[in-house]
Design a protein around this ligand. Structure first.
Ligand code: S3P
Length: 171
Protein backbone atom coordinates (compact mmCIF):
# COMPACT_ATOMS: atom_id res chain seq x y z
CA UNK A 1 0.00 0.00 0.00
CA UNK A 2 1.21 3.51 -0.81
CA UNK A 3 -0.33 6.50 0.94
CA UNK A 4 0.49 10.12 0.13
CA UNK A 5 -0.30 13.14 2.31
CA UNK A 6 -0.75 16.52 0.64
CA UNK A 7 -1.64 19.96 1.96
CA UNK A 8 -0.42 23.47 2.60
CA UNK A 9 2.70 24.30 4.63
CA UNK A 10 2.28 23.53 8.35
CA UNK A 11 -0.81 21.40 7.83
CA UNK A 12 0.81 18.54 9.78
CA UNK A 13 1.85 16.28 6.88
CA UNK A 14 5.15 15.23 8.47
CA UNK A 15 3.96 14.57 12.02
CA UNK A 16 0.75 12.87 10.86
CA UNK A 17 2.71 10.80 8.32
CA UNK A 18 5.27 9.63 10.86
CA UNK A 19 2.69 8.48 13.41
CA UNK A 20 0.44 6.91 10.80
CA UNK A 21 3.36 5.02 9.24
CA UNK A 22 4.34 3.52 12.58
CA UNK A 23 0.75 2.50 13.37
CA UNK A 24 0.23 0.95 9.93
CA UNK A 25 3.68 -0.62 9.60
CA UNK A 26 4.60 1.36 6.48
CA UNK A 27 7.96 2.91 5.57
CA UNK A 28 7.86 6.63 6.24
CA UNK A 29 9.42 9.18 3.92
CA UNK A 30 9.18 12.92 4.21
CA UNK A 31 9.94 14.23 0.72
CA UNK A 32 11.64 17.42 1.96
CA UNK A 33 13.85 15.44 4.38
CA UNK A 34 14.64 12.95 1.60
CA UNK A 35 15.73 15.78 -0.73
CA UNK A 36 17.80 17.37 2.05
CA UNK A 37 19.55 14.10 2.78
CA UNK A 38 20.38 13.39 -0.85
CA UNK A 39 21.58 16.93 -1.51
CA UNK A 40 23.32 17.25 1.86
CA UNK A 41 21.72 20.69 2.12
CA UNK A 42 18.66 22.16 3.81
CA UNK A 43 15.67 23.21 1.68
CA UNK A 44 16.40 26.76 2.81
CA UNK A 45 19.96 26.53 1.40
CA UNK A 46 18.82 24.87 -1.85
CA UNK A 47 16.36 27.76 -2.38
CA UNK A 48 18.92 30.44 -1.61
CA UNK A 49 21.82 28.92 -3.57
CA UNK A 50 20.03 27.44 -6.58
CA UNK A 51 16.57 28.99 -6.61
CA UNK A 52 13.04 27.64 -6.53
CA UNK A 53 12.96 26.21 -10.08
CA UNK A 54 15.96 24.00 -9.33
CA UNK A 55 14.17 22.81 -6.17
CA UNK A 56 10.96 22.06 -8.12
CA UNK A 57 12.90 19.91 -10.61
CA UNK A 58 14.51 17.94 -7.79
CA UNK A 59 11.17 17.58 -6.04
CA UNK A 60 9.57 16.30 -9.26
CA UNK A 61 12.30 13.68 -9.80
CA UNK A 62 12.40 12.54 -6.19
CA UNK A 63 8.62 12.17 -6.01
CA UNK A 64 8.57 9.56 -8.79
CA UNK A 65 11.68 7.88 -7.46
CA UNK A 66 10.37 7.30 -3.93
CA UNK A 67 6.99 6.11 -5.19
CA UNK A 68 8.66 3.67 -7.60
CA UNK A 69 11.10 2.35 -5.03
CA UNK A 70 8.71 1.63 -2.14
CA UNK A 71 5.83 -0.81 -2.11
CA UNK A 72 4.68 -0.03 1.42
CA UNK A 73 5.01 3.67 1.85
CA UNK A 74 3.64 6.59 3.78
CA UNK A 75 4.86 9.70 1.97
CA UNK A 76 4.55 13.23 3.29
CA UNK A 77 4.99 15.74 0.48
CA UNK A 78 5.99 19.42 0.58
CA UNK A 79 3.25 22.04 0.39
CA UNK A 80 4.01 22.80 -3.25
CA UNK A 81 4.65 19.24 -4.46
CA UNK A 82 1.23 18.49 -6.01
CA UNK A 83 1.07 21.90 -7.71
CA UNK A 84 3.98 21.64 -10.17
CA UNK A 85 4.53 19.67 -13.37
CA UNK A 86 2.32 16.62 -13.48
CA UNK A 87 3.06 15.76 -9.84
CA UNK A 88 -0.56 15.40 -8.72
CA UNK A 89 -1.19 13.02 -11.63
CA UNK A 90 1.84 10.99 -10.54
CA UNK A 91 0.56 10.89 -6.96
CA UNK A 92 -2.87 9.70 -8.09
CA UNK A 93 -1.45 7.06 -10.42
CA UNK A 94 1.19 5.67 -8.09
CA UNK A 95 -0.61 5.64 -4.75
CA UNK A 96 -3.56 3.71 -3.39
CA UNK A 97 -4.62 6.59 -1.16
CA UNK A 98 -3.92 10.30 -1.23
CA UNK A 99 -5.17 12.52 1.56
CA UNK A 100 -5.52 16.30 1.67
CA UNK A 101 -5.05 17.61 5.20
CA UNK A 102 -7.31 20.64 4.90
CA UNK A 103 -7.03 23.62 7.26
CA UNK A 104 -8.70 27.02 7.11
CA UNK A 105 -6.71 30.18 6.37
CA UNK A 106 -6.90 31.43 10.00
CA UNK A 107 -5.70 28.06 11.30
CA UNK A 108 -2.79 28.05 8.84
CA UNK A 109 -1.87 31.63 9.75
CA UNK A 110 -1.69 30.68 13.45
CA UNK A 111 0.57 27.70 12.73
CA UNK A 112 2.82 29.35 10.15
CA UNK A 113 3.40 32.45 12.33
CA UNK A 114 5.51 30.30 14.64
CA UNK A 115 7.19 28.21 11.94
CA UNK A 116 8.40 30.68 9.32
CA UNK A 117 12.14 30.34 9.75
CA UNK A 118 12.75 27.19 7.71
CA UNK A 119 10.14 27.94 5.06
CA UNK A 120 11.72 30.08 2.34
CA UNK A 121 8.39 31.12 0.79
CA UNK A 122 7.10 32.80 3.96
CA UNK A 123 10.29 33.54 5.85
CA UNK A 124 10.46 37.21 4.94
CA UNK A 125 6.77 38.00 5.33
CA UNK A 126 5.41 40.10 8.19
CA UNK A 127 2.84 38.29 10.32
CA UNK A 128 0.25 40.88 9.29
CA UNK A 129 0.71 39.93 5.62
CA UNK A 130 0.28 36.20 6.18
CA UNK A 131 -3.55 36.02 5.82
CA UNK A 132 -3.52 37.63 2.37
CA UNK A 133 -0.50 35.65 1.17
CA UNK A 134 -1.89 32.32 2.36
CA UNK A 135 -5.38 33.15 1.06
CA UNK A 136 -4.10 33.87 -2.47
CA UNK A 137 -1.69 30.95 -2.43
CA UNK A 138 -4.39 28.51 -1.33
CA UNK A 139 -6.72 29.81 -4.04
CA UNK A 140 -4.10 28.69 -6.59
CA UNK A 141 -3.16 25.47 -4.86
CA UNK A 142 -6.44 24.10 -3.56
CA UNK A 143 -7.52 22.76 -6.99
CA UNK A 144 -4.48 20.45 -6.89
CA UNK A 145 -4.87 19.39 -3.27
CA UNK A 146 -8.58 18.80 -3.81
CA UNK A 147 -7.87 16.07 -6.39
CA UNK A 148 -6.69 13.83 -3.53
CA UNK A 149 -8.80 10.72 -3.01
CA UNK A 150 -9.73 11.79 0.52
CA UNK A 151 -10.11 15.24 2.07
CA UNK A 152 -9.79 15.50 5.82
CA UNK A 153 -10.89 18.65 7.64
CA UNK A 154 -8.21 19.21 10.30
CA UNK A 155 -9.15 22.51 12.01
CA UNK A 156 -9.13 22.14 15.79
CA UNK A 157 -8.12 18.47 15.73
CA UNK A 158 -5.06 17.14 17.52
CA UNK A 159 -2.53 14.76 15.95
CA UNK A 160 -4.10 11.59 17.40
CA UNK A 161 -7.58 12.54 16.16
CA UNK A 162 -6.32 13.25 12.64
CA UNK A 163 -4.42 9.94 12.57
CA UNK A 164 -7.39 7.91 13.78
CA UNK A 165 -9.75 9.61 11.28
CA UNK A 166 -7.34 8.80 8.44
CA UNK A 167 -7.11 5.17 9.59
CA UNK A 168 -10.89 4.90 9.36
CA UNK A 169 -10.72 6.09 5.75
CA UNK A 170 -7.98 3.61 4.85
CA UNK A 171 -9.16 0.44 6.54
C1 S3P B 1 6.95 24.49 0.10
C2 S3P B 1 6.71 23.80 1.27
C3 S3P B 1 7.78 23.22 2.07
C4 S3P B 1 9.02 22.92 1.21
C5 S3P B 1 9.42 24.14 0.46
C6 S3P B 1 8.32 24.67 -0.45
C7 S3P B 1 5.79 25.06 -0.64
O1 S3P B 1 7.32 22.02 2.69
O2 S3P B 1 8.78 21.86 0.32
O3 S3P B 1 9.78 25.11 1.40
O4 S3P B 1 5.93 25.39 -1.82
O5 S3P B 1 4.70 25.16 -0.02
P1 S3P B 1 6.27 22.01 3.95
O6 S3P B 1 4.90 21.93 3.39
O7 S3P B 1 6.66 20.79 4.70
O8 S3P B 1 6.52 23.28 4.71
Amino acid sequence: MRVVLVGYMASGKSSVGKLLASELGLDFIDLDAYIEERQQKSIKTIFSEKGEIYFRKLEHEMLSKVLDEHQNLMLSTGGGTPCYGNNMETILQKSNHSIYLQLSIPALVERIKNEKENRPLVKKLDDKDLPEFIGKHLFERRPYYAQAKHILECDGKDLETVVSEIKQKLL
